[in-house]
Design a protein around this ligand. Structure first.
Ligand code: PLP
Length: 425
């Protein structure tokens, strides 16, 4: 089967542009005519540094990332960032509290510790907006790391939807930890696009804006570089590369510099231990990774190269429109598919509520979820080279992942199949 005969709608890892892969085959063998390939050279070489700089520069250009943000490359995967956000932001919260208590109490370290223990015990809260399987997992990881009593699930979208994900409840129903100047939650976390459930935040939540806005962490693993983002609203944005950006092996974090030294100091490991809070592994420590330009330990430079190629080609394609150019295409592809599903609503049912539909992962049922009919639908698609359409094992059904490398032609082919199937069904 030829690559060109197939359109792949898998949820991740996801397709990459063919030209990038063709060049990748070459650089794996012989990078810049050095007689050695990209997986074989040092991550500290000038070549590796140039690759890192290009990838960073392209992302900064695409998303218009302001100077007061840093871009980090990590091997953590999206899942590792569930933990990294907790470790890093809890350590900052604790140190702020310690400094405030020390101002009141002076040098009496035992007294500072005593009061700090009480503050941590009573006030440490991490807010999670649980709108799908990935934010649920992130909240569970936070509970595992800091204890469930410190995790405030400000909203669980299943509550108002028969125990199922598929909507984003109104912000008036969220129970966020009250913000105070110098207080409030250590972080507010949400997953911008829920890959399994097909739910995407249409825009940045209003209740996380304004005076004394909390530190917002967002998982953009499955909608990274697919639309404009006002980076300034976030403390941390992160995502695994393997859907819209590149090959599996790296995650990217965009972090506000005021959360890094010298502007911010996290609590020391000794203090965290004294408070019975866990100390994170060094490879998830944002200050360490930032200080070392993402090269504290061996970074898979080949994966950074792939990401850099993908992002630079978007910069070149869209010019001044930057990621807005990709956003137009992503929206158009999603519109084509959803319009067809809605048109044939006697055959198809889109799972999530209209207001929360993801542009990236389009989840629907065929004939009310009839197992045999969905199997036949998938088999028919495969015959036409439309692959990877099976829904996540935890929810079943059909999922068309509409990442950047899915072409408009691919989306149109899927639309034609949806129409033909509906007409004969
Ligand atoms: N977050 C989201 C939204 C995802 O879709 C995924 C994986 O599909 C993850 C996190 C986990 O990423 P990883 O497998 O890189 O740990």
């Amino acid at each position: 089967v030829n690559r060109s005969d197939v359109h792949y709608f898998g949820a991740g890892p996801a397709p990459l542009p063919t030209t990038v892969l063709e060049n990748a085959a070459q650089v794996l063998l012989n990078y810049q005519d050095k007689g050695i390939g990209l997986c074989e050279i040092s991550h500290r070489s000038p070549e590796a540094n140039a690759i890192l700089a290009e990838a960073k520069g392209a992302l900064v250009t695409l998303l218009d990332i302001p100077d007061d943000y840093d871009v980090l490359f990590l091997q953590s995967g999206g899942t590792g960032e569930f933990s990294a956000t907790v470790y890093n932001l809890v350590a900052i919260w604790v140190e702020k509290k310690r400094a405030k208590i020390a101002e009141e109490v002076g040098d009496d370290e035992a007294e500072v510790l005593k009061r700090l223990r009480k503050v941590v015990d009573e006030e440490l809260k991490l807010d999670y907006l649980v709108t799908g399987s990935w934010s649920l997992k992130a909240s569970q990881e936070a509970s595992r790391l800091v204890g469930a009593k410190h995790v405030n699930v400000a909203v669980d979208a299943r509550t108002a939807n028969n125990g199922k994900f598929g909507s984003i409840p109104a912000e008036t129903e969220w129970t966020l930890t009250p913000r105070t100047s110098g207080g409030g939650p250590a972080l507010v976390y949400f997953c911008d696009n829920e890959t399994v459930d097909g739910v995407e935040f249409p825009s940045f939540p209003q209740s996380l804006e304004g005076d004394d806005a909390p530190l917002v962490c967002a998982d953009m693993s499955s909608n990274f570089i697919s639309r404009k983002v006002d980076v300034r609203k976030y403390a941390v944005i992160f995502g695994g590369a393997q859907k819209n950006i590149g090959s599996t092996g790296i995650a990217i974090a965009i972090i506000r510099k005021s959360l890094l030294p010298p502007a911010s100091k996290p609590a020391s490991p000794d203090l965290l231990r004294a408070l019975n809070l866990s100390v994170g592994p060094i490879v998830l420590d944002y200050p360490t990774i930032a200080k070392n330009n993402s090269l504290y330990n061996t970074l898979p430079i080949f994966d950074v190269w792939v990401a850099g190629q993908v992002m630079s080609s978007l910069v070149n394609s869209y010019g001044a429109k930057r990621i807005g150019g990709q956003e137009d295409i992503s929206n158009e592809k999603a519109r084509l598919i959803y319009d067809t599903l809605d048109k044939y609503s006697s055959v198809y049912r889109v799972v999530p509520a209209k207001s929360a539909r993801s542009r990236m992962n389009i989840c629907f049922r065929v004939h009310g979820g009839d197992a045999d009919k969905e199997k036949a639908f998938l088999a028919g698609a495969e015959k036409l080279g439309l692959l990877g359409l099976k829904g996540h094992r935890s929810v079943g059904g059909i999922r068309a992942s509409n990442y950047n490398a899915v072409s408009v032609e691919g989306a149109q082919k899927l639309v034609t199949y949806l129409e033909d199937y509906a007409k004969t069904a």
